[in-house]
Design a binder for this molecule. Structure first.
Ligand code: GLA
Length: 384
């Protein structure tokens, strides 16, 4: 996105030049799904598609927002920050609320938002909006938050103003990623290492299902509740346990299985997903891309049949590519119930494969299939 275009649009909308421009990207996740809110591990990175904001201080206490995607403005006052009916505005209002919660005093501001992260595709456009707003306001008002603070502010904005009890992965990747690398993040301590994303003869291609089933956020919160229920049963016998991170399969068998089979299966998924991530990460470090891909296929199976957050469209796309020799790994990505699959495909073959699947996908679901080519990029930054 052109900085000049951002600057010009801000001026057209607000009648004054912006003070600064910032961007924060969407993300992919190689493996480690639904592990973040269980204090486990994830392996995400930012992509070369981002949300851009232009911001400028105001003399009063008003907040004036404008979202290019919706061609819509929103106005409120710093003294009256509360969740709104306007969905997109909530991501920014939630961030302002978190800034206020931390006792920081800011003046009114104008904020213009645009971007090229496809919405509803499971690429964390909402986290990117939160982080772009948080990053820009931090700089504009000299708030001295560090990058982890900004990720946390974005996560809590999502909890309180969007109603999704998400983990930290999306915001963390949006703010802390490094070009050409994935982040192996410990979601308990927030310690992390950058692992080079070197795929040899392969590359990452996303297939966008173009669906987002409406149960996505309620099912997400439900899975989180089941995991917490499991932990509370384990704790009756093992009080030192804090999260599924501390639970072994034996402990789970002993304390949860007889209480509720569904809770047991969901918790077991999380424990085994952390193990798959470890295997996948070692494979990536050794350049064994076939093994990495194998773990991704296994993750998909488990997300679909055990954690039950997939859908017919995602399953169709993953099932199809299991028969294709040029694809070494694929799985649904993110919270589930729609969005994209992530595929590890022989370099240069992604377009032909998307063209091959698209008519079949259209015939079965009446939807367009879109191949999205992404690269691991760096996290949030000030661009002007
Ligand atoms: C969504 C959430 C993340 C994470 C994933 C599943 O993207 O925002 O915190 O839980 O789902 O791994």
């Amino acid at each position: 996105m052109e900085t000049l275009q951002l600057r010009n649009r801000f001026e057209e909308v607000f009648g004054i030049a912006p003070d600064l421009l910032a961007k924060s990207p969407g993300r992919i996740n190689i493996i480690g799904e639904h592990t973040d809110y269980n204090e486990g591990f994830v392996l995400p990175t930012a992509i070369d598609k981002a949300i851009y904001v232009a911001v400028g201080k105001r003399e009063d206490t008003r907040i004036h927002l404008f979202a290019e995607d919706f061609k819509e403005g929103f106005e409120t006052d710093l003294k009256d920050i509360k969740p709104s009916e306007v969905g997109w505005a909530n991501y920014i209002l939630g961030v302002v609320h978190q800034i206020q919660e931390r006792g920081k005093v800011i003046s009114g501001f104008n904020l213009y938002v645009d971007g090229d992260v496809p919405l509803g595709a499971g690429l964390s456009s909402s986290a990117a909006v939160e982080c772009a707003a948080g990053f820009a306001l931090n700089e504009l008002f000299g708030l001295s938050f560090d990058r982890k603070d900004i990720a946390r502010i974005g996560q809590l904005a999502e909890h309180t103003y969007a109603g999704v009890k998400c983990g930290i992965m999306d915001q963390f990747a949006s703010v802390l990623s490094k070009k050409g690398h994935v982040i192996r993040l410990d979601c308990r301590s927030l310690d992390f290492v950058y692992v080079p994303l070197e795929l040899g003869d392969y590359e990452i291609v996303l297939f966008n299902t173009h669906v987002k089933h409406s149960l996505a956020s309620s099912a997400y919160n439900n899975r989180r509740t089941l995991c917490e229920q499991g932990v509370s049963w384990v704790r009756e016998k093992y009080p030192e346990v804090r999260s599924l991170r501390d639970v072994t399969l034996d402990m789970l068998d002993e304390t949860v299985r007889s209480r509720d089979e569904d809770t047991y299966v969901k918790c077991r998924y999380v424990i085994q997903e952390n193990e798959r991530l470890n295997r996948a990460c070692r494979a990536l470090e050794c350049g064994d891309i076939e093994e990495l891909g194998k773990q991704m296929f296994l993750t998909h199976q488990a997300l679909s049949t055990e954690y039950e957050v997939s859908c017919a469209e995602l399953d169709f796309l993953v099932d199809y590519v299991t028969q294709v020799p040029q694809v070494v790994g694929a799985r649904m990505m993110g919270g589930g119930f729609g969005g994209c699959t992530i595929n590890i495909i022989a370099k240069g073959y992604g377009k032909a494969l998307a063209d091959q699947i698209a008519p079949l996908y259209k015939e079965k679901f009446g939807l367009e299939l879109e191949g999205i080519f992404v690269h691991a990029d760096e996290g949030a930054r000030i661009i002007a």
